[in-house]
Design a binder for this molecule. Structure first.
Ligand code: G6P
Ligand code: MG
Length: 211
């Protein structure tokens, strides 16, 4: 019944969340801000500057816009060092099979990640050509939970939002899919992804015919 499937990247197709965690932790601690896995959960699906603002809310002083840009660049350089060694072995279980199932069913495939490193990550994973359209995060004005990124993907794929299935691991991402008027498949836990239409543990449970 769907005409397109639009995937998130981090936490759905590959576990870059761990690399984001390491890079943010070093940055936060350099500013005297405590950083742990629980706090990192709040950053899932949130863009770079939005994440930095959440971290610096715990700092002892205010930061100028120039200082914030420098800190965001520092984090990103560290993150890029961490992802430089990624390969196809970093694909999450079921990810390639899910993409191939969608392709075989004749549906269009999009990627909607707010990460400005998404193109690099897809290249490292070796799956760039599995997507008909990848949103360039640099062209997105409003991050998740705003529907902008999923709506843009649908428009570029030439499919109405109501005919799209969105796949997300973040609370903000599921909210973005739902406000875009799409069916939301959550990857994670139903107690967390309460807005999702269906929740599965990982893409290894992906079953297109069931949604
Ligand atoms: C994804 C991740 C976030 C990350 C964001 C921006 O949404 O889930 O943790 O902050 O992308 O990534 P970037 O690579 O542009 O800094
Ligand atoms: Mg994600």
């Amino acid at each position: 019944r769907f005409k397109a499937v639009i995937f998130d990247l981090d936490g759905v197709i590959t576990d870059t969340a761990h690399y984001h965690y390491l890079a943010w932790k070093r940055l936060a601690e350099s500013q005297g801000v405590h950083f742990d896995h629980a706090f990192n959960e709040n950053l899932k699906g949130i863009d770079r500057m939005g994440s930095l603002d959440l971290i610096l809310a715990g700092a002892k002083r205010a930061y100028t816009p120039e200082e914030k840009l420098a800190l965001a660049d520092e984090k990103n350089l560290h993150y890029q060092e961490l992802i430089a060694t990624m390969s196809a072995s970093d694909l999450l279980p079921g990810a390639v099979a899910a993409l191939d199932t969608v392709r075989a069913a004749g549906l269009r495939i999009g990627l909607a990640s707010v990460s400005k490193n998404a193109f690099t990550v897809l290249e490292r994973l070796g799956i760039t050509d599995k997507f008909d359209y990848v949103v360039d995060a640099a062209t997105i004005a409003r991050g998740k939970p705003d529907p902008e990124i999923f709506l843009k993907a649908a428009r570029e794929l030439g499919v109405a939002p109501a005919d799209c299935l969105g796949v997300e691991d973040a609370v903000a991402g599921v909210a973005s899919i739902k406000s875009a008027g799409m069916f939301a498949l959550g990857i994670g836990h139903p107690f967390v992804l309460t807005q999702a239409d269906v929740v599965i543990t990982s893409l290894s449970e992906f079953n297109l015919a069931a949604y």
